[in-house]
Ligand binder design. Structure first.
Ligand code: SF4
Length: 137
């Protein structure tokens, strides 16, 4: 893409399981009871926050971060799409059919929602990011 080209809608999608890095958005925080609470405010990782996170054990188990989808530069990218939503589909059968969707602030641009719709939102709170791989909590 040249400087004069606008990014496509595809390129503007947001990854809901991005690394903890400066500028990333805090998507959710897991409570001591293990429940993922989604933030409705646009809280960004600052250098000081990143420094504080370095002292937190199991950051990937406690937090989820959102940032721009990097597409084919990501290890989870397969066959022109993110492979994580389809991997989580097997978890759906374990969920109650009347489960509510998380009150999520990035749905309009979420890569996973764009690919799979609301079904992936039902499994989203169960997913953690660990060492670049994703696995149900
Ligand atoms: S709840 Fe749905 S829209 Fe929100 S981050 Fe998870 S998959 Fe994306």
């Amino acid at each position: 893409m040249t400087d004069r080209e606008e990014p496509s809608a595809e390129q503007q999608l947001t990854c809901p399981s991005a690394p903890a890095e400066v500028g990333a958005r805090v998507l959710s925080v897991r409570s001591p009871e293990g429940v993922a609470e989604y933030l409705v405010t646009d809280l960004r990782v600052t250098p000081d926050f990143l420094e504080a996170l370095s002292a937190v054990p199991n950051v990937d188990g406690r937090f989820r971060f959102a940032s721009s989808c990097v597409g084919s530069a990501c290890a989870q990218w397969q066959d022109g799409r993110c492979s994580v939503p389809s991997k989580s589909a097997e978890v759906i059968a374990q969920l109650p059919s009347d489960a509510d969707l998380p009150r999520c602030s990035i749905r309009a641009s979420c890569r996973w929602f764009a690919q799979e719709g609301k079904t992936v939102c039902l499994t989203c709170p169960l997913i953690t990011r660990t060492d670049g791989a994703l696995s149900p909590a």
